[in-house]
Ligand binder design. Structure first.
Ligand code: PEP
Ligand code: MG
Length: 900
């Protein structure tokens, strides 16, 4: 390597129109903690991502939500649209470039539907990360609003020496090129982190090689978050570590090469490490992958967790001898488990019916073009008529989303291109049926060839509607088999029309070897509540008719050869859960009273007026936490006082008169950034300006919100305001003084009580002193933060989050002691953190003295049932035992879980 000389400057053109946000404020530790590298974030105002630099597309994620450009200077720039958008599986994204394309700065890369993502994604914040940022000596993002393709969003200084090496195509570039031998050679030659020479020396110095095979357990495959965590584990070792999947290879230390391998759920990957710590590296990686790399994962089928057993040929009972073209190697490693992707969640137990589309025979030529044109026209018109009737029927049945699909089918038939192509062919002597089939299959293949899952889904619509016309033209309509109850359909593909007309009382699930989660078939299945798996292994087509199977739509798998005991165990469990749910739902509007007469308020956590309405419909007795920051999020500017007052009043009106509505004052900072409310960059944002501290630093924001709350005081519900992140008596007094001033100025006479969110251990420990404060009416425990601060573990940390269990005896002790101190002074205590929705924890919380449980909306009925199932005396006994336990596991073992 040459000695560094003068640094080289690079401008990153804004890849989006939007507001620049420091990457540290992104509510995802993978980005905020720069696990992937330096970067910046943009809160987008428009739905097109353009390239910030000239370069080559070295990775385009299949789901279209992320793309990596290798700039001409050798920088690898990953752009990740939104947070947790991989789960959308392509919906809302339209890539405009292909892998390997050369792009100019400002060239459009991906179109995305802003409104669609705004309602589906955790956040729209889009991250621009330089994954080989060790090539940079500095990166300085701008701030404020930027326009895509025009403004400079950030300036970087490149280390001159690495610039030379990178441009020469070393390390990362070689690995990132992706598949095949070239990539493998790149991986072996070095890593993108400049450790190549050392590692290679080690390898040549007689170092060992270790290898293992693993199955990818992450439901959405190896996308940015798990890939970043994998790289971080790999980087702890000196060994060279190569990953292989069939003919794809990459370095475990290069995020770009991992992304380029497009590892999907259930894929088998080989890890090969060479170096002095090869075995330790492989063991650590296998373990980290098994643990989910920071994501929640299910257990992979037995025998596959860390090493894959040689797959057995699936000729066990229930499978016919496989035909040649049908792959019979189980993806799961278990011949009795067939994997696909979730198309519609739920569990179906039934017998297999194989469904095949019969080929429609057509004559190629015809004598009279005029007659053929007329025949085609009449078949198209009659199909449009049928589709219109279907649309109308579905609309009348209240299935507007399904009806919409068939309206779109009518539009396809009105497409002039489709009809013109067929007519031209007729004029050259072809029959109407032949010409029509050529035309629609040609269009469908074009769509499929675009390598875009969403457009491929539209190809299925094209074939469906084309087939409908073809059947009419030829008079060869498909015979519909009579289905019996408990049918699980298996097919290469189902058409949207077939799916919409499935009889829900007979079909308990289906699996198709084609299609994906975003196809119309999947959308229809979800709206009909039919469990479905798409993209299932081809060997599903060989399952014998009538075989008994379990289709798990949620896990995306089909299970064969279950014993009678296993089936009846699953059926019993399904029945018990359904029965219990029905009993709980029937009593959802009854109060939650223990068997010895102690009543606990069960209310809900909400973020909007729509939630408030839903909460009441689910039996909530009010709202224990309105996370008012939702009113402020996903918008470019702060809501006005009037806008806020309208939302608060609407929430209030959604409740029954006199029910409580506990409004939490704006809780931003830490993991909840607001682009238009800048909070200076901090070393430890969770210990910095967050919650009420933001309101005290920027009192105008707090005052405006309080005025809006007071303006809504007479809308019906009983209003309570609480301040988040109170840590000291001074915090409380300062916030309460502002509350009192604004209340007095508002002139309202209605009572609005004021309280504290107990999220910081100091408040729990000093509950007695806080309760003695004048005008401090109530407390609600935010166990999410209280647990995090008690254990000094970040609740979002990929490695620690699993330990942040509110059933930790330390947390329960704090709650119990606080409850006793508050009750002694006539103050009430609620719990609004996630543990209030955990029926297993409910009796313990009640025993600790909690007066109000504020839970997630779907949990209301079961939380009420959990209160009713116990006596207060028993709850107290459990609580007394819980606080003497040593671990959360011991605490949980006190309350048997009956399939919660
Ligand atoms: C909590 O901390 O438990 C809580 C309810 O607040 P949030 O999850 O919104 O931080
Ligand atoms: Mg909190």
């Amino acid at each position: 390597m040459s000695e560094p000389t003068a640094a080289t400057g690079i401008d990153f053109i804004a890849p989006l129109t939007g507001v620049l946000v420091p990457i540290e404020q992104v509510p995802d530790p993978v980005f905020a903690q720069k696990m992937m590298g330096e970067g910046f974030s943009i809160d987008p105002l428009a739905g097109q991502l353009v390239s910030p630099l000239a370069g080559e597309v070295v990775d385009l994620q299949q789901s279209g939500h992320a793309v990596t450009i290798r700039s001409t200077e050798g920088l690898e720039v990953l752009m990740h649209i939104g947070l947790d958008t991989v789960g959308l599986q392509g919906q809302g994204f339209t890539p405009l470039v292909e892998h390997g394309a050369q792009v100019t700065a400002g060239q459009p890369l991906i179109d995305f539907e802003l409104d669609f993502l705004a309602t589906r994604a955790k956040s729209l914040l889009t991250q621009i990360v330089i994954v080989n940022s060790d090539l940079l000596s500095s990166l300085t993002p701008e701030s404020g609003l930027v326009t895509a393709g025009q403004d400079v969003a950030a300036r970087a200084e490149l280390k001159s020496s690495t610039h030379h090496d990178a441009a020469a195509g070393s390390t990362a570039a070689g690995v990132a090129a992706g598949a095949g031998a070239g990539a493998a050679a790149g991986a072996a030659a070095g890593t993108p982190w400049g450790e190549g020479a050392d590692s290679q020396d080690a390898a040549q110095g007689g170092a060992t090689t270790a290898t293992a095979e693993v199955l990818i357990p992450n439901p959405t495959g190896m996308h940015a978050r798990p890939a970043a965590n994998l790289v971080n584990v790999a980087k702890e070792f000196d060994s060279e570590i190569q990953l292989d999947k069939e003919d794809e290879s990459g370095s475990a230390k290069s995020i770009v090469s991992i992304l380029a391998m497009a590892l999907a759920y259930g894929d088998k990957m080989t890890i090969t490490a060479t170096g002095s710590d090869a075995q330790e590296a492989v063991d650590a990686l296998v373990q980290a992958i098994k643990d989910g790399l920071g994501e929640e994962v299910g257990t992979m089928p037995s025998g596959t967790a860390d090493t894959v057993a040689t797959p057995a040929v699936a000729e066990t009972a229930g499978l016919k001898a496989p035909e040649e073209e049908v792959s019979h190697e189980p993806k799961s490693g278990d011949p009795n488990i067939l994997l696909g992707v979730t198309a519609s969640p739920g569990l179906g137990i039934g017998h297999v019916v194989q469904m095949r589309q019969a080929e429609i025979e057509v004559q190629e030529t015809a004598a009279d073009p005029t007659q053929e044109r007329a025949a085609l026209d009449s078949a198209i018109q009659s199909s449009i008529g049928e589709l219109g009737e279907l649309e109308q029927r579905l609309t009348n049945e209240g299935s507007a989303d399904k009806a919409e699909i068939f309206r779109a089918h009518q539009e396809i038939l009105r497409d002039p291109e489709l009809v013109n192509n067929a007519q031209k062919s007729i004029d050259s002597g072809k029959s109407a049926a032949f010409a029509w089939r050529e035309s629609y299959t040609g269009f469908a293949s074009q769509l499929e060839g675009l390598d875009n899952e969403v457009l491929a889904g539209r190809a299925a619509d094209m074939r469906d509607v084309g087939q409908r016309v073809l059947a009419t033209l030829t008079g060869q309509h498909q015979e519909k088999a009579e289905l019996s109850e408990g049918t699980i359909l298996i097919a290469e593909d189902l058409t949207p029309s077939d799916t919409a007309q499935l009889d829900r009382s007979k079909v308990v699930g289906f699996a198709t070897t084609q299609g994906g989660a975003s196809s119309h078939v999947a959308i229809i299945a979800r709206s009909m509540d039919i469990p479905a798996v798409a993209g299932i292994e081809n060997r599903a087509l060989q399952i014998s008719e009538g075989s008994r199977v379990v289709l798990d739509g949620t896990a995306g798998k089909l299970q064969l050869n279950l014993s009678d005991d296993e089936i009846s165990g699953i059926q019993d469990r399904q029945r018990r859960i359904a029965e219990r749910k029905a009993v709980e739902d029937a009593a959802k509007d009854e109060p939650a009273v223990t068997t010895d007469g102690h009543q606990v308020a069960v209310v809900a956590n909400i973020g909007s007026a729509a939630d408030a309405r839903e909460a009441v419909a689910h039996g909530a007795e009010g709202v224990g936490l309105l996370r008012s920051e939702f009113v402020f999020m996903e918008r470019p500017t702060a809501p006005t006082e009037q806008e806020q007052a309208d939302v608060y009043a609407e929430c209030s009106r959604a409740l029954k008169p006199g029910q409580p509505l506990v409004l939490r004052a704006l809780d931003v900072g830490g993991d909840k950034p607001l682009s238009y409310l800048p909070i200076p960059k901090e070393e430890n944002p969770f210990l910095g300006i967050r919650g009420v501290r933001v309101g005290l630093e920027q009192p105008d924001v707090l005052r405006t919100q309080l005025r809006a709350i007071f303006a809504a005081a007479d809308a019906g519900a009983e209003l309570h305001v609480m301040f988040p992140m109170i840590a000291t008596i001074q915090d409380w007094r300062a916030a309460k003084a502002i509350f009192d001033e604004e209340k007095a100025a508002s002139g309202i006479t209605t009572t609005v009580s004021c309280g504290i969110m107990m999220e910081v251990p100091s408040v729990a420990v000093m509950a007695q002193q806080f309760a003695a404060e004048e005008g401090c009416d109530f407390f609600s425990v935010g166990t999410n933060d209280l647990t995090s601060y008690t254990l000094a573990m970040d609740r979002g940390h990929p490695k620690l989050a699993a330990q942040v269990d509110p059933c930790n005896p330390a947390v329960l002790t704090l709650i119990g002691q606080a409850a006793a101190a508050l009750h002694a002074q006539g103050k009430w205590l609620g719990v609004c953190g996630g543990v209030a929705s955990d029926p297993q924890a409910v009796p313990i919380l009640v025993g600790l003295g909690v007066d109000e449980l504020s839970c997630s909306i779907p949990a209301v009925a079961s939380v009420k049932a959990a209160v009713r199932a116990n006596s207060l005396e028993h709850c107290k006994d459990l609580a007394a035992k819980a606080v003497t336990c040593s671990t959360p596991e011991e605490v949980r073992s006190l309350v048997p879980v009956d399939e919660y």
